[in-house]
Design a protein around this ligand. Sequence first.
Ligand code: CP3
Length: 341
Amino acid sequence: MQLKNDLLLRAARGEKTERTPVWLMRQAGRILPEYRAVRDSVSGFIELAQTPELAAEVTIQPVDLLGVDAAIIFSDILVIPEAMGLPYEMVEKRGPWFPETVRTESDLKKLRVADGENDLKYVIDAIQITKKALNGRVPLIGFAGAPWTIFAYMVEGSGSKTFSKSREKLYRDPVFSHKLLQLITDSTINYLKAQIRAGANLVQIFDSWAGILGPEQYREFSLKYISQICDAITEVPVTVFAKGAFFAREEMGQLNCETVGLDWNMGIAESRRLIGGEKTLQGNLDPAALYGNPDQVRAATIEMMEQFRGSRHIANLGHGVYPDIDPEMVKVFIQTVKEFK
Ligand code: CP3
């Protein structure tokens, strides 16, 4: 189907666009009262994510209510461990929790490589329903966690400030670590390819815990696997967002991907110099800037846009939008990008 608004895809490929496309990481859910109403009609996040009609509905809400240039499928990065045989729970106000963790060779033996179409059928169905309902209005973004970030949750069993159990594994048992990372990588490639077959127009890899590794470990335990994914996905543009990986920007420029995401600690001019001219950059307004008043949000957005001027850019925040941000300020951010000349 022909897309009516393909700004995101053209910007990702480095083609000319009339204006800069804009969307927000974590736009589906979190901030919209309309999302909370749908979520409160079921038992919680997991049931919502596993009910394709409802997942499609909350995926489209930000397109209707905020006017973003892309939809991102409503799901979570933690569906992959579950599809590999490690189920998770979403504990209200505390986040994800795994009743069992993966720390030994015998734990590894209980896992399987996920098959996207069968093990994650509810996501694939949600993508198909969303595509139909969007009717070509904007592109649909598929996504997955980067292998290192997924590894961190599978070993740790929950979120953590230090992920010290996961990082312990890298030092004490690199063989185990590489085996688990490879299982996750193979599952993720299957999953992303299934999302693309179902209609995802672009895919993004979220490496949310990139910043807790040092440069050498990041290369060995994360970039190596992200690179396998980038090489395997040739059907649609790929975006890699590695939060906190300022030290790896030069290497990110060498990945087989179209777009590199920047967080707000990464200087724009410096990032462009390190990453090179062959990539689109996505980001990178501080999510906390949206706590300002409309004039402040407008000024901060214009300042960001000025710094990206004249180079390949997709406007976004430097991380996911915070749950207590006023949707009106999100609209000011989006409108300011759209009007920027
Ligand atoms: O971008 C989107 O809006 C699409 C949906 C999406 C969700 N999670 C829905 C969700 C995406 C892209 C994610 C990615 C995700 N999930 C990441 C990577 C991005 C990042 O923020 O760094 C990570 C690390 C997770 C893991 C996760 N899921 C955590 C830590 C939590 C709890 C706290 C939180 O972030 O809200 C979740 C739950 C989750 N995932 C919710 C939503 C809408 C909140 C659940 C609820 O409605 O109560």
